[in-house]
Design a protein around this ligand. Structure first.
Ligand SMILES: Cc1ncc(COP(=O)(O)O)c(C=O)c1O
Length: 411
């Protein structure tokens, strides 16, 4: 039987999410007001003790309002990796701050300590430490310590995912950014949060939040559709491709709001993404949080399976093995061809990232990036693909059977 295996599409949704969203569509009076946002905060607090939490409509919005709340000076620098997407860079630029692009290391695809040390200057006031694919950055401790000595604020970008086990016990005093976008490890289709132990900063962020608007009812309706329609599409995928057809129809008619807007693809911060987090999305997120432990166990076991099956370097296996990655990154020689061959077998692998400051086609120069700033990131983007991790073992076996002959270790 043909099954859809995807790193991008409906990766977090199952029947429980579809049923929840259908029920919510029928109760529009519950969309804006309720106690579910507070319930989400209470749940998140269990994973991030002592943090104050503010939810937003998107991670982009959470980052934008946090940078605003930090009250930095015009043209202050924000260190950021080149291996990222515009959702991270645009909030920096739209706060009149300068992104300073730092290259990555090749084990966990996170900020490289030596390149940071070379480029570090007194203008840099913030470091955005991205946990790519949910991997703990190789130089996390060193970068946080360096930042502490230089009085630089660290925002840990956990948008791709995070291990609840790790953060429950972690004592580092950093700001955390989460995303609940549909392609992340935990989804309410749209959503984001900022977490900080600094109460003064939290009140600044909160005062920015209360000035924001709620998304419209029509938009909310379209978002709610995603959960049920995507589960239906997956279920119908093997039925003479009805699912595939339905997916195309919804796309062409633009029925579901896009993850990245047209404006953003042109390098403009889209204020329509800068809104409050409606209570109805919190209801969707609670359904996801209920099964988070189980999902993380599943992701961890698939990561272990990939690591051992791909016979990667021992060191890499040790780095990846116990982490519930949202995607499993590997390098291949001919990325486009591998993606194409995969799709012919109904295996849709992820492309993060297709270029320095994704998505593909975005004018990087407009975002202050000049070719050669981050040569390793540029090279990695040409070779990296991502294997899905929230899948059943039979499907992971199919992925390995297909990918094994293409997987490379060296970048
Ligand atoms: C690393 C990273 N940080 C932050 C974000 C922003 O998250 P959101 O899509 O919720 O705005 C993204 C989104 O793609 C991301 O990839």
């Amino acid at each position: 039987m043909k099954v859809l295996i995807s790193a991008d599409y409906s990766i977090n949704e199952d029947r429980s999410d579809a049923i929840k969203s259908l029920k919510l569509i029928l109760k529009p009076w519950e969309w804006y007001k309720g106690k579910h946002t507070q319930k989400v905060k209470n749940q998140l607090k269990k994973f991030f003790p002592k943090h104050n939490i503010q939810l937003f409509l998107t991670g982009r919005s959470a980052l934008y309002n946090t940078l605003k709340g930090l009250k930095l000076k015009k043209n202050d620098g924000v260190a950021i990796t080149g291996f990222t997407c515009e959702a991270v860079v645009l909030p920096v630029l739209y706060n009149n701050l300068n992104p300073m692009y730092i290259d990555i290391e090749t084990k966990t695809y996170s900020m490289d300590l030596s390149d940071l040390k070379i480029k570090l200057n007194s203008k840099i006031k913030v470091i955005i430490l991205q946990h790519s694919f949910g991997l703990i950055p190789r130089f996390r401790n060193e970068i946080i310590e360096l930042a502490r000595r230089k009085k630089i604020i660290v925002i840990e970008d956990l948008a791709h995912g995070f291990s609840t086990k790790f953060f429950k016990e972690d004592t580092k005093n950093t700001i955390k950014l989460l995303s609940f976008g549909r392609s992340k490890a935990l989804s309410s289709v749209f959503g984001g949060a900022i977490l900080t132990k600094n109460y003064n900063l939290y009140t600044q962020i909160h005062s920015n939040y209360i000035k924001l608007k709620q998304p419209s009812r029509l938009w909310m309706f379209r978002v709610l559709l995603y959960k049920s329609v995507s589960v239906l599409n997956k279920a119908l995928y093997n039925k003479i491709s009805i699912g595939k057809f339905l997916h195309k129809v919804f796309n062409v008619l633009n029925l579901i709001p896009r993850e990245v807007s047209k404006l953003e693809k042109r390098g403009v911060f889209d204020m329509r993404m800068n809104k409050k987090y409606p209570d109805v999305l919190a209801q969707l997120l609670l359904t996801q949080l209920k099964k988070l432990k189980q999902t993380q166990l599943k992701r961890t076991s698939i990561v272990r399976y990939y690591s051992t099956s791909l016979k990667l370097y021992k060191e890499i296996i040790q780095t990846y093995e116990k982490q519930p990655l949202s995607r499993f990154p590997i390098l291949v020689q001919n990325k486009k061809e591998v993606l194409r061959l995969g799709s012919q077998r109904s295996i849709y692998l992820g492309k993060w990232y297709s270029q320095v400051i994704a998505p593909e086609g975005l004018n990087q120069y407009k975002l202050g990036y000049v070719k050669g700033f981050c040569p390793i990131s540029e090279k990695i983007c040409k070779k990296i693909i991502n294997l899905p991790t929230n899948i059943e073992i039979e499907n992971a076996k199919k992925v390995i059977k297909f990918i094994d002959r293409y997987a490379r270790i060296n970048y």
